[in-house]
Design a protein around this ligand. Sequence first.
Ligand SMILES: O=C(O)CCC(=O)C(=O)O
Ligand SMILES: [Fe+2]
Length: 303
Amino acid sequence: MVKGSAARDRRATSSALHPFFAAPSPSAVRLAARYREVPLLLWILILAPLVVFAVLRLGSLAAYRRLAWLQERIVERFGSRFDPGNEAPATGFGETPLVTLHQVLDEARLADLREAAERIVAVERSWIPGHKQGGTVAYAALHELAPECIAVYRAPALLALCARLAGAPVVRTPLHDQSSCSLLVYERPGDHIGWHRDLDFYAGRHFTMLLPLINGGREPSAPSSAQLEVRDAGGARAIPTPPGTLVVFEGAKVLHRVTPLGVGERRVVLSMTFTTDARCSSLQGALRRCKDVAFFGARALWS
Ligand SMILES: O=C(O)CCC(=O)C(=O)O
Ligand SMILES: [Fe+2]
């Protein structure tokens, strides 16, 4: 008996921790706990924004799938909303890549679009000191607010017209580009855009079609003071934009501006963009996002 219990004691002693490790002091325990917490906090700090970004991004992917679906329903519901008919020139651009077509819409269609534009009460305002002041309704928002405008953008005749002018096949710019089809709203005195060339965020050439829907001064039938002007080898000149005119131009190659709106005036333009190649580099994508953030707010960051 005695011999057996002595052997057990020896085994117990040999498997016990060395006293140095056996009983850490309370301050050592606190220190160890603090070091365990630091990496955890760091992980949370690193991962939390990534998780938030991923959730927003997934949400936005789902929203764009829904938007693509909605766009098809709009096309079914409204059909082709634009047919420039004989007005379209057979040839491409001249020396300055800008063409104006007159009265491309009949009165009833123009009235529909004007009403759609007038329905919209809340626009996103942007202000870039010394360069731009005005309102915008983004592509995504137009689906809900003025689907008639989306139907114009989707008209095959518009795409064909742009291709004919460009002298190359073109496609519509993507659904996530908020400027692909947007309303430019000049509604407060001083709304304007300074001299600029449009930035091209795509691998291909980039074309803009401007279709003014409302352009009114305080005098009935007089246009607003917000006038589109271009400057080329021949100097600066105004491009009249009464409702129903279509201005097609390659914005990256044409220096242009819009002069300030006067008191009691309003000018609303449907702007639609096309490109010969919709691919874009990561830098171009990031720059487009920055522009969309400036024009349409922070949500463009994850859209
Ligand atoms: O409103 C216009 O006529 C032109 C607008 C423009 O140049 C732009 O949005 O970049
Ligand atoms: Fe422009």
